[in-house]
Structure formats: structure tokens, C-alpha cells
Design a binder for this molecule. Structure first.
Ligand code: SF4
Ligand code: FES
Length: 248
């Protein structure tokens, strides 16, 4: 396949940034989107140009690092996948593809397609843990957990912290991420002691970090590579109201 990519180039956070156009030739339809960028970078390096900075680690859809907006969609046009799991066969020979970083006030650009997602870590640091002593791995049935709760907690725990939900939200809100983390712990018996302080502190940290408020647009869930459902935001709001009432 021969394609053309328009990529956001930005030297650092103080640079204004601009789109640059590159031709990429002879790409296998089975190459991943990141492998296509690798091929382009090899050419840029051989030509003595600055390669495009982009984040990645696992390249198998589990680390959440490969944050980029492809043709206006966080993680690209294929539903429920990460950029590293998107393959070039989803595009056509001769396509022109736009590639940009996450665009959100709370995710400042470090360089090109790499943004600083440290503000998600601040939300986790505010309450994404339990204080119960865990010790060695207990016998699996020592603490009974209803199947429905275990399944929902597992679903919430699949959030990989990629930040696509923030990038897709017109408000730049991190509510789907926070909702997943709050539900994941709040559904388990071990997560009950801090259930109220957790939701209050994590939402405060979210506001303090500069993420926007949720107005139920639903864009977050549409681009989430792990299919985290919007209903978890309803659960988060319910937990928040209950915790607030207990404070009065
Ligand atoms: S909720 Fe989904 S989109 Fe948001 S950080 Fe988690 S995995 Fe990524
Ligand atoms: S590189 Fe790990 S999810 Fe894409």
C-alpha cells in the first residue's frame, strides 16, 4: 500500500506545532499502524530528519501508551481497539490519513504525538488503592464475592488508562477513567473501608488536574478500547452523592 500521512509535529510544549505531510510507500496491509510509523521513522532517520515521537510499550493492546488521534478518532477508525492493534488493512491504498496527539487541556504535548498523561496518575494516587493488608495470596474462596459484582469489577479493571476517553470528550473529562477505577475497587469487599473517601478524593483530584466536567455526551465510551460502559459513570455519581450525604 502507498499512503500519505499528515502528522502533527511539535518540538516541545512551547512550540506552536503544525501538520507535516509524508508519503509512505510499500506498506503491508498486515502492518500495524505503529509499524507503519516505524517505517516512516526509519526513512526520516536515513534522510537525516527528526523521527516522529510517539508513545508505545506493549504493542498488544494492554499498556495504553499508544495514544494518538487517527483521522479525528481516538485510536483510529476501528472500534474498540488501540492504535497498536489497528492494522493498515483498515485503510485503502492511496488514503490520506491525519495523525494527531490527544487534544485535552490536562494532557500537555511533550513532543509530536507524545502527551503527558501524568494527570491520570494523580487521580489514582488520590484514591486508587486499598489499605487492607493483603499479605500472601489468600485462598480464592476465602472472601466470597457475588458473581455479578466480580464480573463488573473485572470489566472495570480492564481500563488500561490510555486516556482516549479524555481525548474524545468535548469537555476533556476523565469521568469514564475515574468511574472505572472507583467501580473496580468499590465493588470488592476489600475496597469498602475507603469507598466514600475514594470517590470524593479521586473526583477532587480530577477537578484539580484540569479535566473538564461530564455532561453525558457518551463519546468516551464510543472510543474506549476496552468497552468500559457509560453505566459506570452513573454508578460513580451515585457513590459520590452517597458519600457527600454522609459528610453533612
Ligand atoms: S476508560 Fe477506556 S478510554 Fe478511558 S482510559 Fe480506560 S481504557 Fe482508556
Ligand atoms: S502500545 Fe500498549 S496498548 Fe498500544
Amino acid at each position: 500500500m502507498d499512503i500519505q500521512v499528515r502528522v502533527w509535529r511539535q518540538q516541545d510544549s512551547s512550540d506552536k506545532g503544525r501538520m507535516e505531510t509524508y508519503d509512505v510507500k510499500d506498506i503491508s496491509p498486515d502492518a500495524s499502524f505503529l509499524e507503519m510509523l516505524d517505517v516512516l521513522n526509519e526513512k526520516l532517520i536515513l534522510d537525516g530528519d527528526d523521527p516522529i515521537a510517539f508513545d508505545h510499550d506493549c504493542r498488544e493492546g494492554i499498556c495504553g501508551a499508544c495514544s494518538m488521534v487517527i483521522d479525528g478518532v481516538a485510536h483510529g477508525p476501528e472500534k474498540a481497539t488501540t492504535a497498536c492493534q489497528l492494522h493498515m488493512r483498515h485503510f485503502k491504498d492511496g488514503d490520506k490519513i491525519d495523525v494527531e496527539p490527544w487534544r485535552a487541556a490536562a494532557f500537555p504535548v511533550i513532543k509530536d504525538l507524545v502527551v503527558n498523561r501524568g494527570n491520570l496518575d494523580k487521580i489514582i494516587a488520590a484514591g486508587g488503592y486499598i489499605t487492607a493488608p493483603t499479605g500472601a495470596a489468600p485462598e480464592a474462596h476465602a472472601t466470597p464475592v457475588p458473581k455479578k459484582d466480580a464480573d463488573l469489577a473485572f470489566e472495570a479493571a480492564t481500563c488500561i488508562g490510555c486516556g482516549a476517553c479524555v481525548a474524545a470528550c468535548p469537555n476533556g473529562s476523565a469521568m469514564l477513567f475515574t468511574a472505572a477505577k472507583v467501580a473496580h475497587l468499590g465493588l470488592m469487599p476489600q475496597g469498602q473501608p475507603e469507598r466514600d473517601t475514594r470517590v470524593l478524593d479521586m473526583l477532587q483530584a480530577q477537578d484539580d488536574a484540569g479535566f473538564g466536567g461530564c455532561t453525558n455526551m457518551g463519546e468516551c465510551s464510543q472510543v474506549c478500547p476496552k468497552g468500559i460502559p457509560l453505566t459506570l459513570i452513573g454508578r460513580l455519581n451515585s457513590d459520590y452523592r452517597k458519600a457527600l450525604r454522609k459528610q453533612i
